[in-house]
Write a protein that binds this ligand. Sequence first.
Ligand SMILES: NC(=O)c1ccc[n+]([C@@H]2O[C@H](COP(=O)([O-])OP(=O)(O)OC[C@H]3O[C@@H](n4cnc5c(N)ncnc54)[C@H](OP(=O)(O)O)[C@@H]3O)[C@@H](O)[C@H]2O)c1
Length: 256
Amino acid sequence: MTATTADLFSLRGRTAVVTGASSGLGARFATVLAAAGATVYAAARRPDRLRELADSDPGIHPVVCDVSREEDRERLVGTVLEHGGRFDVLVNNAGASGAVRAQDESSGDFSDVLAVNLVAPFHLARLLAETPSDHDGTKSVVNVSSVLGLVSGAPLGGAAYAASKAGLVGLTRELAGQWGRSGIRVNALAPGWFRSEMTDGLFADERSRRWVERGTMLGRGGQQGELDGALLYLASDASAYCTGQVLTVDGGWTAR
Ligand SMILES: NC(=O)c1ccc[n+]([C@@H]2O[C@H](COP(=O)([O-])OP(=O)(O)OC[C@H]3O[C@@H](n4cnc5c(N)ncnc54)[C@H](OP(=O)(O)O)[C@@H]3O)[C@@H](O)[C@H]2O)c1
């Protein structure tokens, strides 16, 4: 039987976890996956924001969780399994940015960024891999990296942030290699510059905004919704033969 295009991107019957879903890209990702039919567990630290998101869509369930804490990560996955017994899609989106100048970043601060951006994605992916599977190839991990994991962002960016996002690319390839034959696909999404709480200051500053526009082939930052297709592609069967890859959605920032 030939799948229709809509079937290809459908997440009906699947259960997804989106971390960092209380704002920005993560809140949008939760909505996109729910619209494709998934039951979505939206995780972050701010309960009010999560409640607001869940109130907007019956397919979204809030779970308050600090992903830098191992016990919170285990509780998150425990909650998901308790409710439906499935865990098919993991979007490792929660992210923290550190200081921009390396001289201003202590090794403790550096570790804190890695705990959220790299250690948590690894552990959550392992928890997904450990959940029972019917080996139907539906498990998909999407690690939200960044163009700053691919190229230097100096004079903006930050050492811990860049190292964590580049680390996610290595982690993506390694886990894809280890788990491919178990039917678990692992890919990374590398966005360019999108306005969010994390980048508000940058877009509000005229010089920085112009710097983004100058370096982007399309001449502008990304707009809300311009990651929807890429996210849905990686999460769904549309990318059934794609693993270990980085999908860069950056208006041409890294193509120069
Ligand atoms: N915006 C861009 O231009 C851009 C470009 C490339 C990559 N990215 C990546 O995209 C992802 C989303 O960023 P964004 O731009 O949407 O920024 P954002 O609005 O600041 O979102 C960051 C999210 O991460 C969550 N978070 C931070 N620390 C957490 C923790 N310890 N435990 C649980 N959740 C935590 C925050 O929720 P709470 O504070 O409620 O916990 C928030 O929901 C990040 O990984 C970022 O690095 C963004």
